[in-house]
Write a protein that binds this ligand. Structure first.
Ligand SMILES: *[C@@H]1O[C@H](CO)[C@@H](O)[C@H](O)[C@H]1NC(C)=O
Ligand SMILES: *[C@@H]1O[C@H](CO)[C@@H](O)[C@H](O)[C@H]1NC(C)=O
Length: 418
């Protein structure tokens, strides 16, 4: 925990943090709903992540979902993906009632989200620790079929807030955040663990398919796949963070879940268009002095070939993810594993990250909406209310005088008909 706080103190967010000390949040994650922005909410909920060494065998087993709870958990993740306009229309299934809830969270920007999160905590640790899921409250607020997750809160410091910012500023469809730090139970993962692989613990959702993060990831993937997931507009992005001594020559290291074998390297180098390759290109353009690498460019070992969610997205059967790796012929590039150093996760690069993700993925706006060139998000191209609505005008025509705006509004319908 000390390392966690030390790293936080080095972030330029210190001023924001000190205005909301940990003790103010008490033992109720619900108080985080007073946060002004989604990234602050994610940061606040991160304070309740089950910490390092918290569990023994008995307490971990007691905190795991039973069969009914696991089914209910998957069902509500699906309900969240279906929501359009009314977060309260989501029924919290009985096995989750009392310790999980769905609420509407409205940011200071006016954007609204349905937040599914755990209500119960003891001494700043979630009693269950299964995670949190956030979706835009209205379908029309979704601009891209992109799903973002942060599997290592509390450990890959800053990734929940960064993921939350990218999620909202790209108009992505879902944000999933794990509820336990990867080291909460220091027992080797029963799914993927060998004596030579240290650091694969039972509470780490990357190498363990029994963590509820895995169940949620499957529901998200299956929901999207049923609706189609073209490479041009759709992907599943996991945000991680690395220490400065790990792969020190790579500020950002991306992987599709394929590593350094010759066939895997060939997959990255060939001319096929893949989301992970496009994202690499846009990040490298924005950060020309950094190394934004893929496995063929770097010997960095953080290739995510043993990531169970990545394996599933890359075509491995749900029941084989602990012992079967993905083959290059099955890999679509829609699983994007982001490793990055501390600077890359800092608030000053949030906008750069969001812009790179927006450029990587085309929009999928609902009927009647089109891309607003100023935000890169779906927007209504014609005024919905009477022409001359000052709020609408200032969003659509920032900086233009009222008379110029009125002239524009007369022309817009004609332009749209061309
Ligand atoms: C939202 O759903 C709840 C529960 O179904 C319902 O009681 C409420 O009236 C709905 N609100 C709106 C604005 O439709
Ligand atoms: C980028 O990688 C090269 C080696 O491939 C290294 O020489 C260089 O120092 C790295 N740049 C940064 C900014 O780390």
């Amino acid at each position: 925990m000390f390392g966690f706080w030390l790293s936080h103190l080095t972030l330029p967010l210190l001023g924001l943090w000190s205005s909301q000390p940990r003790s103010d949040v008490g033992d109720s994650p619900s108080l985080c709903l007073h946060s002004k922005t989604l990234e602050r909410l994610a940061e606040c909920l991160e304070e309740f992540i089950v910490p390092r060494g918290y569990y023994d065998r008995v307490s971990y087993n007691a905190a795991q979902p039973d069969t009914l709870q696991r089914t209910a958990w998957s069902n509500i993740i699906s309900s969240l993906l279906h929501v359009d306009g009314n977060c309260s229309s989501i029924q919290v299934p009985i096995p989750l009632k009392g310790f999980y809830d769905v609420v509407t969270f409205t940011e200071n920007t006016g954007a609204s989200f349905c937040v599914f999160f755990e209500l119960t905590a003891d001494c700043h640790a979630y009693r269950k620790g299964w995670g949190a899921m956030i979706v835009p409250a209205r379908r029309e607020a979704v601009s891209r079929n992109v799903h973002i997750s942060a599997p290592h809160p509390g450990f890959d410091v800053g990734t929940p807030a960064q993921a939350a910012y990218i999620f909202k500023a790209t108009g992505s469809k879902s944000l999933l955040i794990a509820g336990r730090t990867r080291t909460a139970f220091l027992n080797p993962s029963p799914c993927i663990s060998t004596p030579s692989l240290s650091g694969y613990y039972e509470t780490d959702p990357a190498p363990n398919n029994r963590e509820p993060f895995f169940d949620a990831s499957l529901v998200i993937y299956d929901w999207q796949q049923r609706r189609g997931c073209p490479s041009s507009t759709c992907a599943y992005i996991q945000m991680h963070g690395k220490g400065s001594s790990t792969c020190p020559l790579d500020q950002i290291f991306l992987s599709a879940g394929l590593g350094h074998s010759s066939t895997s390297k060939a997959w990255y180098i060939n001319s096929n268009d893949r989301p992970v390759k496009r994202l690499r290109g846009h990040l490298q353009l924005a950060l020309p002095l950094w190394n934004v690498s893929l496995p063929p460019d770097s010997s960095c070992a953080l290739t995510a070939t043993r990531n169970v969610v990545g394996r599933y997205i890359n075509g491995v059967n749900e029941h084989s993810v602990c012992h079967t790796g993905a083959g290059p012929s099955e890999v679509s590039g829609k699983f994007i594993h982001v490793e990055q150093d501390d600077t890359s996760r800092g608030a000053e690069l949030y906008m750069m990250w969001a812009a790179a993700v927006r450029r990587t993925f085309g929009t999928t706006c609902v009927e009647g909406m089109s891309v607003d060139p100023n935000t890169g998000l779906c927007a209504y191209s014609r005024p919905r209310g009477p022409a001359g609505d000052p709020v609408f005008d200032s969003v659509m025509f920032p900086g233009l005088s009222r008379s110029v705006r009125v002239q524009w509004l007369m022309w817009v319908p004609l332009l749209n008909d061309l």
